[in-house]
Design a protein around this ligand. Structure first.
Ligand code: GCB
Length: 560
């Protein structure tokens, strides 16, 4: 489905704001209006709005409710679109289930009736298990249901992204797929999913000048002297589609991405990624989307001279990709396959754990992700998992299917982000690019940066020697308390973070097969309570309220 817009044929109404909200039991049936409700802001996580631990760390179902009317336009179709709601959603119209969605980071879109008045209920379950992404272990402790999340971010929940009630004309355009090739000139191949096979297509260049035209639902348009989408130059073309009943404008960029030996090429030229793994994480809002906060993050990415980020560990709000398109920032787009690792000897890829059913969910979320993001020029590759137990026997068969499914969806390179050593790794040969997370000098050899230097170099060299693929170091960093200084530099101080990152950069600079460095993390972020997490993970180069630590100034200079 296309993103809701307003134009002469389409109407889109924001449903953001205050909704009725309640914590409900597992046997809750929304047949009647929600009782004893409180107010909840949409979009936001509900967790940090409340003042008790019981509500913040609640496990189970919540209900959101709103009265709506769609009778102002009686022809065509009305739909609801929720950008994302964590994690398992059931949607009801006047108490009748109309939609089920398993996947807390991807859109939910469904038709609603044309009616004077109806009640929309969204029932959300924040319980993760082995057949969800991310993975978690549900168990009973002292008679209470509890959940072990095997990932390092707070399990925020709620309606996290924009909600629209929108109207589409009869025989509307369902979808637009745009692919580009560059050969001196550029070929823009398009496919329009519409009944009107004689629709009109126009292409406008980044200045709004008409540069190509065509008729028909599929075709190629040749562009002379294309203005390419480049790092720092978000040159965007617009494909304007008119059918007998509908109109839609979709932006795209003209650029090529290739892997050549161990290099990544953008428009035929070798690139080196500089940037971060990020999180959607803010004070009070939790994982709720907000344009001001999204913009601030991009201003900081530009300030620090970063050219890229990874959507660790889940697909982000669509506005983030739109901003990346506009500003020429490269995005590694990650699916929420995180937590496939129990940090113990228990097998993850096994019958009753991460199994064929999980694989089906993993594949269907990849389909939804590529479908959502296929026309964003900023997306240069997909990451199919973060730190899965790829040394396990069962991992190869699991990921063989994940990779071949992803290849059937996209021509872009596919990455897997690894923690296991090269020797033990049974999966990375399936990838086009390998992402490596390394914390030598932090989780091991803490405080001993000289030993860490050699270990890191050997570690990366082993990866390259075995797989001969481009390597991006997708995570490296230290927990750092803003304002804690120390001479000599010791762990948790700003000096230690600086020394650690300087050392890693020296090693990367000496190895030709390293194609990028993404520091962990862009900003401090919330995690579950834990002995190594003092009010969250402090590996940010920026604080949680987006102010720089000392290392930020170093990165800004060296990424110039
Ligand atoms: C990792 C994970 C990331 C954690 C990070 C850390 O390897 O991929 O989610 O937050 O380490 O700080 O421990």
């Amino acid at each position: 489905m296309l993103y809701p817009v307003n134009n002469s044929n389409r109407l889109s109404i924001s449903l953001n704001g205050l909704w009725d909200f309640a914590f409900v039991n597992d046997d809750y049936n929304p047949i009647n209006k929600l009782e004893n409700s409180t107010l909840m802001s949409v979009p936001s996580s509900y967790n940090d709005i409340f003042t008790t631990l019981k509500e913040r760390e609640y496990l189970g179902l919540v209900a959101y409710e709103k009265e709506l009317s769609t009778s102002s336009i009686t022809d065509g179709t009305w739909r609801i679109r929720i950008g994302a709601a964590a994690h398992i959603a059931r949607c009801y119209i006047d108490g009748k289930e109309v939609m089920y969605h398993n996947g807390g980071f991807l859109p939910i879109d469904f038709p609603v009736p044309t009616k004077e008045q109806f009640r929309l209920t969204i029932l959300l379950d924040n319980r993760l298990h082995y057949q969800t992404l991310p993975i978690a272990t549900l168990k009973t402790d002292n008679g209470n249901e509890t959940m072990d999340t095997h990932f390092d971010f707070f399990n925020y929940a709620g309606i996290h992204r924009n909600v629209f009630l929108y109207h589409l004309p009869k025989d509307h355009i369902n979808d637009i797929v745009i692919k580009t090739k560059v050969h001196g000139r550029a070929t823009v191949s398009y496919q329009i999913d519409t009944k009107d096979k004689s629709c009109t297509i126009k292409v406008k260049d980044p200045f709004g000048t008409l540069v190509g035209k065509s008729i028909g639902a599929n075709g190629d348009i040749l562009i002379n002297d294309p203005i390419l989408w480049e790092i720092g130059k978000g040159n965007l073309y617009t494909l304007c589609v008119s059918t007998s009943t509908d109109y839609y404008e979709e932006q795209f960029g003209i650029r090529t991405i290739e892997i050549q030996e161990h290099h990544i090429l953008l428009n035929g030229k070798k690139i080196y990624l500089k940037g971060f793994g990020m999180h959607e994480d803010h004070i009070t809002l939790g994982r709720g989307a907000n344009s001001a906060l999204n913009l601030r993050d991009f201003k900081l990415l530009q300030w620090i001279n970063a050219n890229s980020f990874r959507t660790s560990h889940y697909p982000y709000d669509e506005e983030m990709y739109y901003l990346a398109d506009k500003l020429g920032i490269l995005v590694i787009n990650e699916i929420p396959a995180v937590g496939m690792n129990f940090w113990s000897s228990t097998a993850v890829f096994a019958d009753n754990v991460v199994n064929d059913e999980t694989k089906e969910i993993h594949m269907s979320q990849l389909t939804e992700l590529v479908n959502r993001d296929k026309n964003h020029p900023s997306v240069i590759m997909y990451s199919v998992a973060n730190e899965a137990n790829t040394h396990e026997g069962g991992a190869f068969n699991y990921f063989k299917d994940i990779f071949s499914h992803t290849r059937s969806l996209t021509d872009l390179p596919i990455m897997i982000v690894e923690w296991v050593g090269a020797k033990e790794n049974k999966v990375a040969q399936l990838a086009d690019v390998i992402g490596l997370n390394r914390y030598i000098g932090w989780y091991v050899n803490l405080g001993d940066l000289e030993t860490s230097r050699n270990k890191l170099r050997d570690n990366l060299q082993e990866y390259y020697d075995k797989f001969k693929k481009p390597l991006i170091i997708t995570e490296f960093g230290t927990d750092t308390i803003a304002g804690l200084h120390s001479i000599p530099s010791v762990s948790f101080s700003e000096e230690y973070q600086l020394d650690f990152i300087k050392l890693y950069k020296e090693v990367f600079d000496s190895l030709d097969f390293v194609s990028g460095e993404q520091v962990w993390n862009f900003a401090d972020f919330m995690t579950k309570q834990g002995l190594t997490r003092i009010n969250g993970n402090k590996k940010g180069v920026f604080t949680r309220d987006r102010q720089p630590k000392m290392v930020a100034h170093f990165l800004r200079e060296s990424w110039k």
